[in-house]
Design a protein around this ligand. Sequence first.
Ligand code: FPP
Length: 246
Amino acid sequence: MDLKSQINMDLLPRHIAIIMDGNGRWAKKYGKPRVFGHRNGVKAVRESSESCAELGVEYLTLYAFSTENWNRPKFEVNALMALLVETLRKEVETLNKNNIKLNSIGDLSKLPDRSREALLECIENTSGNDRMTLTLALNYSSRWEIQNAARLIAEEVEAGRLHSKDIDDKVFSDFLHTRNMPDPELMIRTSGEKRISNYLLYQMAYSELYFTDIYWPDFRREDLYKAIIDYQQRERRFGKTSEQLS
Ligand code: FPP
């Protein structure tokens, strides 16, 4: 039986988050520069976005550039930023054809002007689409996002627009960049690393974590299906007992 038909469409995650890891090691395996890995990673971005949209996943969030990634060699950072511009310009038509809306989370103010402009243009040009929201985490750090939310909430309280006793999960979530998005039910990380790396820490409180040894450029639709099937075999208890769920 093919993998796709093993997916239970009634138990599809609404939101999948991915840490795309292993581009550099993939390139090294072929004796090529790291940037070659990033370029080939774009194919996996395209394939996983299309497969998620086809299945009916509503939100796909990809960790494209962390705040820590600025520490990489300048050449690699520049290449990644240029690749972002090139990819967004090239893919906007495909996004529209597939009815996918582009979105971003992270501190965009630190991005080079060209990258930020290309991103905002693509977000604007796809804003009418409603089959799936593809979110790119760019210059993103979950701790920064949480600290920023705390700062904004403090300002609301100081201004008398919010009572501290009213700060609950809903209120707090509204101050995160992911407001209006459901929490990811499934988080996938490629390349064998088993870390969360400052990604969606608040939002992943109950996410199922899936780790695969495959390097990101090799990640194909069948690998996505495998992750979803694995997720569907788990029992999500949210602190309850098995008996309470049945
Ligand atoms: C991690 O692999 C990957 C990144 C830091 C960048 C991800 C970027 C892309 C897939 C291409 C551009 C994306 C879009 C959305 C246009 P790594 O370099 O950390 O690999 P390594 O751990 O093997 O060194």
